[in-house]
Design a protein around this ligand. Sequence first.
Ligand code: CDP
Ligand code: MG
Length: 753
Amino acid sequence: SALVRKIHEKQTMNKSRQRFWELAGSKLGDILGVEKTAEQIDADTAAAGADGEIDFKEDAKFAQHMKDGEAASEFAKSKTISQQRQFLPIYSVRDDLLQVIRENQVIVVVGETGSGKTTQLTQYLHEEGYTVNGIVGCTQPRRVAAMSVAKRVSEEMETELGDKVGYAIRFEDVTGPNTIIKYMTDGVLMRETLRDSDLDKYRVVVMDEAHERSLNTDVLLGILKTVVARRRDFKLIVTSATLDAQKFRNFFGSAPIFEIPGRTFPVSIRYSKTPCEDYVEAAVKEAITIHITGTQGDILIFMTGQDEIEAACYALSERMEQIISTSVKEVPKLLILPIYSQLPADLQAKIFQKAEDGARKCVVATNIAETSLTVDGISYVIDTGYGKMKVYNPKMGMDALQVFPISQTAASQRAGRAGRTKPGTCYRLYTENAYLNEMLPNPVPEIQRTNLGYVVLLLKSLQVDKILDFDFVDPPPKDNILHSMYQLWVLGALNNEGRLTDQGWKMVELPLDPPLAKMLLMGEKLGCLDEVLTIVSMLSVPSVFFRPKDRAEESDAAREKFSFPESDHLTLYNVYQQWERHQYRGDWCDDHFLQVKELRKVREVRSQLLEILKTLKVKVPLTSYWPDTDKVRQAICSAYFQNAARLKGVGEYVNCRTGMPCYLHPSSALYGMGCNPEYVVYHELVLTRKEYMQCATAVEPQWLAESGPMFYYVKESDNSMLEHKKRQKGEKTAMQAEMENLRRAGAEAEKAS
Ligand code: CDP
Ligand code: MG
């Protein structure tokens, strides 16, 4: 589609840009080397400012802001929670806002990040009596935000978390009978519509962070539009941190837009003069420079993902140690705090803690800190200009997590984080030219770039027969819908008429990606459900392996002990099995470089999936002492046969259907084997330095032929090949007829609209 093409063009451009950077070399490191004196650096940054700095507000205002800012941060330090609440921008418009809500069924609320939308709106609604008959729900695109905000609001309301205020994320429900304010991920609310299509228990739903345009938010907007039409007593509030609110307003037939007046401070933007070669290193240098020479204020660095964040944190602490050991003067402390969605919750909470006096906080984050989490006291933002996005390629039928340049909107959101409590500075590790000419103005909504498997399944179960006809804010490319439908058909979730099969009905009940749901159902059929249940649960949480940088070898060796030579999936199974055998002990995990918190989550997910399976009347067998590895691998193969790859060289494979090269990750159990297996299937492809197959399992070619007869056959003799060709031709004709049907349905839907 045009969109995917656009993204690809961007990517190619990006690659050539990187190559250019490599050739040009980065001068930024030299400019900002910590070895320089403070005066030199000041002179340098002043020089950089001459051609790269943009001031948002004029000088007189700047001075006033400066004062306000100091007042604000002093205020936050000294006052009680209720006084802090009254200081938020939203408080000054509380009554007007409630008036507009009273008079309208759908309202769009726009306000800068930190104005109090997420934490205050729900409380105002409660104070205004909207929780007398029904509850107030608030959706978040990110789990971390749902959890941390619920915690904050429970503190503000002086109630235990899970009592009056609670949260629900996939596989974790911290709400109770008293809960009147419920924060949840948009995915949770989306699935609630399965049980109760009118969402009767909700009096008001706040769809927060709608500007993020997450897949589930977009689908929910369409579903909630019908709820609004059916229930006069229901109210919907859509909030957005940016000004693209017009789109939501139009979608709901001119709902009023309520703007919360901003209180932000100017942020000066410093662009890199030359493209930078290694933004992790550049960011670390920049942060250290700020720490040593800059004025008061915390630092926020934006990176693309966990690996980079860990690398940056490690480099920062190394650098600090070095400086402390060589410096004669006392060096102030730098509190280095990573944050990304897979980080354990207790570590996430740390970013909100105040640094001790004299110390400076340095938060290293993914785009999670762009709008959904607000860390107070940030005065410096270092923006690498990149973010990770999941992109679906319908031609290859695969999702890939890829690094992309961020959009201009995202860049200004990032910069804005520096000006929340006083004027700040944003260092962009890219050139102004790159900003102006290489970044898209707005991010591409997830629905237009992602696999729609579960969404199609859910909409089908909600009796939306013509998916192409569904009321989307921005419809996904038709190809994506058709390919997702095709994939569901291939997995046996849809029949030839495009309706849910019995298996499809079961799959929609499982809060899992369709292939994982299929794996469970196949596990039942093949008599290895217990093993597959463990594997699916392990795949539903962040990695359970703990790999500290300074003990990498030791932890790799520990991991290797769990290895099943033919399967990463079975290796995961083995880890869980052994943990269980050691009474789920924490010290045992420590000894084996495993994260006990994650394993506990696995246990929780496992028991929840088990409950769901029971309601689906699936018989759960007893645990076998030793797994039938063939059966388990067959179940895996039946779910992931579209991700099959064939050996090409050592550790090197090509996707069987697309010819796309893919590689075994060095941490894979299959990697060290004397000879790599001829065929593997993998969980997903992750593009980092190479296209790595995440979680791979060796499979027999005949299993591939059995699970995916529409793609594969085993070449045996001429005779059987002829037969196969005949059969394949028949199947192909049936499939083409089916695709033709889908297309026609699509065209009709288009005509109808
Ligand atoms: O949603 P919006 O960005 O408009 O603001 P918010 O998240 O409601 O944040 C309002 C204030 O609550 C900010 O000053 C945050 O620092 C504070 N807050 C907090 O201290 N802890 C949290 N977990 C969330 C917000
Ligand atoms: Mg918010």
